[in-house]
Write a protein of this length. Structure first.
Length: 68
């Protein structure tokens, strides 16, 4: 199963809101981690929005990798 992680940006380009974020991790840090580790899964939309499409098992591994 695939998860869709929604991202919202402020006008200055910083991440304001992002889904599936682990507790204790800031929105920008989670976005940066997904950008580096999730491969080519990000899609940009107009209006300061975007999404990552990540397999559920991969998302669990990404969250675990962040704790390491």
């Amino acid at each position: 199963m695939e998860k869709t992680i929604h991202v919202r940006f402020s006008p200055d380009g910083s991440v304001v809101e992002i889904g599936e974020r682990p507790a204790g991790i800031g929105p920008q840090d989670w976005f940066n981690h997904l950008s580096r580790s999730a491969g080519n899964t990000y899609q940009t939309f107009a209006g300061g929005r975007g999404i990552f499409r990540v397999a559920s098992a991969d998302l669990d591994a990404l969250k675990e990798g962040l704790a390491s």
